[in-house]
Design a protein around this ligand. Structure first.
Ligand SMILES: Nc1ncnc2c1ncn2[C@@H]1O[C@H](COP(=O)(O)OP(=O)(O)OP(=O)(O)O)[C@@H](O)[C@H]1O
Length: 311
């Protein structure tokens, strides 16, 4: 369990983080969401002491982080930032094994852990172990970045906009992967984003920040049903509106001629169903069937264009 207890950071007389308290249960994902400058990154960096709190305290399984030397603390807390931060001149295996090496794990144990993680992230170890970061796609680099942060089985994984550099389709897949792996490993994760949709999709709990303060800490369903303030309602509403709109439009309104791979959707489906099918399976188009025969396809571009037509 992670207990954040009235933690505050003052820069030049201004409170970047203002007496934030929250408890994060072991084995859950908490997403910290808020507008730019609301204090999300500062809050995250005070947990692994990349920033020292002005006041307040963080306890991990009852132990104050102030009682542990920062470099020791950081080996116990994984940290993933936007754009992966891999060492460019080290192979994938060396990158993933970086912290276990610092912890003096035996070589065979490190190699086994590297292969286990690559397999978990759907990257064949024989193919990827000896590659350099520049020889990977953006999505693969991001997965290696997360694998590296998980390598030593940290008490906690901190992620700061980890998917910010990925395009929307890869981003959705990366989110699904993270959820899946977190459930397999039982990791405890605190993730920062400015994207409420990502927060609702990934979080067991969502912490909404505004002006350095924690304005609501709740499950995604509670947040949507009972936003604590107009600010939260606005943040949630803006996410839901295009999706609600898409769920009202039948696919027949956006269907076009052309090929598409995979499981077809019935003609009575909504564009929200089609969007979901694209994101879930990583496709850019889905085939549409009417009475068992092909009626064309719906593309992600067509869905996006319709989602934008709301004025
Ligand atoms: N080292 C620093 N010195 C002075 N002020 C800082 C410093 N770091 C952050 N701040 C200020 O603290 C506030 C919170 O910044 P922070 O980076 O935590 O916000 P954020 O919510 O993560 O924003 P973003 O989404 O834009 O990254 C901002 O007003 C910022 O200008």
């Amino acid at each position: 369990m992670i207990e954040i207890d009235r933690i505050t950071k003052v820069y030049d007389g201004a409170k970047a983080v203002d007496a934030v308290s929250m408890t994060v249960e072991t084995g859950t994902i908490t997403v910290i969401v808020g507008t730019s400058g609301s204090g999300k990154t500062t809050l995250l960096r005070m947990i692994n002491r990349l920033e020292e709190p002005t006041s307040g305290e963080v306890r991990i399984n009852g132990e104050s982080t102030l009682s542990v030397k920062p470099h020791i603390l950081r080996r116990r807390i994984g940290y993933v930032i936007q754009g992966h931060g891999l060492f460019p001149h080290h192979t994938v295996a060396r990158n993933i094994g970086a912290v276990p090496r610092l912890l003096n794990w035996p070589r065979e144990k490190i190699e086994a852990r590297v292969d286990e993680l690559l397999t978990l992230f759907s990257m064949d170890p024989a193919q990827f172990r000896d590659r350099y970061p520049a020889e990977l796609s953006g999505g693969q680099q991001q997965r290696v970045g997360v694998a590296r942060a998980l390598a030593s089985r940290p008490d906690l994984l901190l992620m700061d906009e980890p998917f910010g550099a990925l395009d929307p389709i890869i981003r959705a897949r990366a989110q699904d992967d993270l959820r899946h792996i977190q459930q397999r490993l039982g990791s405890t994760i605190l993730l920062v984003t400015h994207d409420m949709e990502e927060a609702i999709r990934l979080g067991d709990r969502v912490a909404v920040m505004d002006g350095g303060r924690l304005v609501q800490h709740a499950t995604p369903a509670e947040l949507i049903a009972r936003p604590a303030s107009a600010f939260v309602a606005d943040m949630v509403g803006n996410v839901e509106r295009p999706l609600r709109l898409l769920s009202l439009i039948p696919v027949s309104e956006a269907v076009e001629d052309g090929p598409a791979e995979g499981e077809p959707l019935p003609a009575g489906s909504s564009l929200r169903d089609a969007l979901s099918a694209c994101l879930w399976t990583g496709r850019t188009a889905v085939p549409i069937h009417r009475d068992g025969t092909s009626a064309g396809r719906v593309t992600l571009d067509a869905i996006r264009a319709r989602a934008g037509l709301h004025e």
